[in-house]
Design a protein around this ligand. Structure first.
Ligand code: SF4
Length: 355
């Protein structure tokens, strides 16, 4: 999967895996079995792959590790949300979060929230990942490792690339990982959502490649100066240009864009904000996903507030009354520190022990 990558199964393409298995005296079908066990079933230990000869399992265990990362922490909230903190060495040792979100419908498979970068360069002031800045891009195999570790926790129905990082700033590696998720894990284009702050030029470059995922754009405000504050890396990029790029995306891919809007109490949750947002998105094909902000375990006192349930409902109703499709997503797993960046912040600030 690229030069300089460690010799692990996740860093190899199917053809490279077959070649590596042959060097260990195995047959190409053994490589196919091993990859299916990892990607389809989340089996991360060769010793448990009983369809492979015992001697091969021993050789693989010694010579071709499956994973490169280490699990530093795992927490489970009362609602079953599980959050993993992983360490990857690579060019620089980094810590990354992945969240396995159990469905509230019994028996239904989970959603996995994946990080695309270690930290984030966008710098949203209300986000724990933004507070620490960017450490480095994740390699494709490191993104993939989050998927297989998530699959090891249970079947996945959906995945959202909404953890740490801005996916369009590490898109080539993300796209390589998502190809494997699509082809070998079996998650379809409708089951994968990539969430971005919406760089218009990048969206226009990617759309013609017909990417196999749903697009979500984090807007957070219909007001240019407020958005410039809330999404600093996009300062000066006109909101209208982002909406135009999203319209082009829909035309080229045939897939509707979702707008994400983090509702911050007494900041961007007023009736005026709802009115302006409705005017901005009227006559555009879009769904709006309202995300009541989740307090972060930030190192210093945070000025942001969780919006009241009444304000959230008022905001949603104002949008739907004006003919827009708006849903509310209350973030799950607050006890597991499931807002992006929180678990890593705890470790960084030395308070990583479970409460
Ligand atoms: S909210 Fe998203 S884009 Fe903004 S700093 Fe956090 S991870 Fe980056």
């Amino acid at each position: 999967m690229g030069t300089g990558a460690p010799l692990t199964l996740l860093a190899l393409s199917p053809a490279e895996t077959a070649a590596a298995f042959e060097r260990l005296g195995a047959r190409p079908f053994h490589a196919r079995i091993a990859r299916a066990q990892v990607f389809e079933h989340g089996l991360l230990d060769y010793a448990r792959m009983s369809a492979l000869p015992l001697s091969l399992r021993e050789r693989l265990t010694a010579e071709l590790p499956i994973l490169s990362g280490t699990e530093l922490d795992a927490r489970e909230a009362a609602d079953g949300t599980r959050k993993l903190l992983l360490r990857f060495e690579g060019t620089r040792s980094v810590e990354v979060e992945t969240v396995h979100i159990r469905s509230s419908t019994p028996g239904r498979a989970a959603t996995l929230c994946v990080s695309s970068q270690a930290g984030c360069p966008v710098g949203c002031p209300f986000c724990a990942s933004g507070l620490l800045g960017l450490a480095r891009n994740l390699e494709a195999h490191e993104i993939l490792e989050q998927y297989v570790r998530g699959r090891a926790l249970g079947p996945l129905a959906r995945s959202v690339v909404m953890g740490m990082g801005e996916p369009l700033l590490n898109f080539e590696r993300l796209a390589r990982a998502l190809d494997v998720v699509h082809d070998e894990m079996g998650l379809g284009a409708r089951a994968i959502t990539v969430s971005t702050v919406g760089f218009p030029d990048r969206l226009r470059r990617i759309a013609p490649t017909r990417p196999r995922f749903q697009l979500a754009i984090s807007l957070h405000s219909p007001d240019q100066s407020q958005r410039d504050e809330l999404v600093p890396a996009m300062r000066g990029v006109p909101i209208a240009e982002i909406v135009a790029a999203a319209d082009d995306w829909f035309e080229q891919t045939g897939r509707e864009v979702t707008y994400e809007y983090a509702l911050l109490g007494e900041c961007n949750d007023s009736p005026e904000h709802a009115e302006r947002l409705a005017r901005l998105l009227a006559r555009h094909r879009a769904t709006i996903n309202l995300i009541p902000w989740n307090p972060v375990a930030a190192p210093k006192a945070s000025p942001w507030k969780r919006p009241s349930a009444a304000a959230v409902e008022r905001f949603r109703a104002a949008l739907t009354e004006r003919g827009l499709v708006a849903t509310v997503r209350w973030s799950k797993g607050v006890q597991a520190d499931a807002a992006c960046g929180q678990l890593r912040l705890r470790h960084a600030s030395g308070s990583g022990k479970p409460d």
